[in-house]
Ligand binder design. Structure first.
Ligand SMILES: C[S@@+](CC[C@H](N)C(=O)[O-])C[C@H]1O[C@@H](n2cnc3c(N)ncnc32)[C@H](O)[C@@H]1O
Length: 389
């Protein structure tokens, strides 16, 4: 479908949803359609969305930035898998399949390999991209990769999700002098600008920390991400789950100075703040509110095994050893990479851990059920206590 045709079809689909909802659509339902409407939404239609700078893409994620991200996660998961006798990895929202490929390649060079690598992906276009990417793996590795359409009733696994919670629809709430209003979308009747904001009074604020926000502040609440964690907790009989994403605990999320929230859009490696502009053409994302994720996980009987910055986690989990190994020899004992490739690896490490790049804004949270092994990634600098602060 031509871009203009799919834009028109998605606008019509959203207008229809607004009509069916009685003229006002909560923002989370708009975001869900803009990102995931089958065949039309940003993730559902756009196979180019994530990738490297200069490629036909909109943003870059850690696995796209450096293979060392996946190689270091692979170390951590292999250690936990070996210690706990867990033989399955489940990845949610696998994007281009890069993380899956990097981890499987790393495991195939070592002494641990999952029996099964299951991917759960809501977008058919992204799933096709993952199938293409994993088709390049050696046959005995590739045959372990499967796609799950739904979660099995009960399963044991090492779970991983990189930048998946931030891609789940959020509600928008606005503080007024009389309490909280929910921000939604109405139709304008203008084809050039078909949608406008409209606030409805009488919304409930789910976080106590939201009291700190001033009148006029806009923020997000995260029912979809929290429901996702509750569902995962329902199905995960034994194992652990690592979620890596940008975000904060509640008291930082609701800092009085963060009065315009965290909702952002990305298109062609530029950020903008207008999710109503050409739906389906930009990514829409919000930071993760990790205290809410922890609360839901605990209520569902899971433990918080750790919470720290991406920099801390990766350094604790052996990022620099992984870099050294990659610089001195290839995994199969071959020669070291040439200077330029070595420099690119080192530059990738810098981006992953630098405070002003991904190192501090991105966090790693580990949830667990029925596992005893302490994870090396949280050996120093665990900030789980901040989730309750
Ligand atoms: C921002 S991309 C990140 C992709 C990849 N993990 C990476 O780091 O490059 C978000 C991915 O999560 C998927 N996704 C969103 N919600 C999901 C859900 N509830 N279950 C599984 N996948 C989901 C999207 O389709 C997309 O592939």
């Amino acid at each position: 479908m031509e871009r203009s045709d799919s834009l028109a079809a998605l606008v019509a689909r959203i207008l229809d949803a607004i009509g069916q909802a009685g003229g006002w659509l909560p923002f989370d339902r708009y975001m869900n359609l803009a990102l995931y409407a089958p065949g039309l939404g940003y993730y559902a239609a756009a196979p180019g969305v994530l990738g490297r700078w200069g490629a036909d893409s909109d943003f870059v994620t850690a696995p796209e930035l450096s293979p060392l991200f996946g190689m270091t996660l692979a170390r951590q998961l292999a250690a936990a898998g070996r210690a706990e006798g867990l033989e399955r990895v489940v990845e949610f929202g696998a994007g281009s399949g890069k993380l899956a490929c990097d981890m499987l390649a790393a495991w195939s060079r070592g002494d641990w390999m999952p029996r099964e690598y299951a991917i759960v992906e809501v977008s058919a276009a992204m799933r096709a991209r993952q199938q293409d990417a994993t088709a390049t793996l050696p046959p005995d590795v590739r045959k372990r990769v499967v796609w799950w359409d739904r979660l099995p009733a009960r399963f044991d696994a090492l779970v991983v999700g990189n930048e998946v919670l931030d891609a789940m629809p959020v509600q928008l709430l606005v503080r007024t002098r009389h309490g909280w209003s929910e921000r939604g979308i109405v139709a304008t009747g203008d084809t050039a600008r078909p949608f406008a904001w409209s606030d409805r009074p009488g919304a409930a604020a789910p976080r106590r920390s939201m009291d700190a926000l001033p009148v006029g502040a806009v923020t997000e609440t995260h029912a979809a991400a929290e429901a996702f964690i509750a569902t995962l907790a329902d199905h995960l009989r034994r194992g652990l789950a690592l979620f890596i994403d940008y975000g904060f605990p509640a008291h930082e999320y609701d800092h009085p100075q963060r009065d315009s929230g965290t909702l952002r859009c990305h298109r062609a490696h530029r950020a903008h703040d207008d999710p109503l502009w050409e739906p389906g053409a930009s990514d829409i994302t919000a930071h993760v509110e990790f205290s809410g994720i922890a609360r839901v996980a605990r209520n569902a009987g899971m433990e918080i095994l750790g919470y720290t910055s991406q920099a801390r986690f990766l350094l604790n989990a052996g990022l620099l050893d992984t870099l050294r190994d990659a610089l001195t020899a290839t995994g199969d004992g071959g020669p070291a990479p040439p200077d330029r490739a070595g420099l690119a690896l080192a530059a990738g490490v810098q981006k992953l851990v630098n405070e002003s790049e991904m190192g501090e804004l991105f966090k790693v949270m580990a949830l667990g059920r029925g596992v005893r092994t302490a994870l090396a990634g949280f050996a120093q600098g665990d900030r789980a206590a901040a989730l309750d602060g």
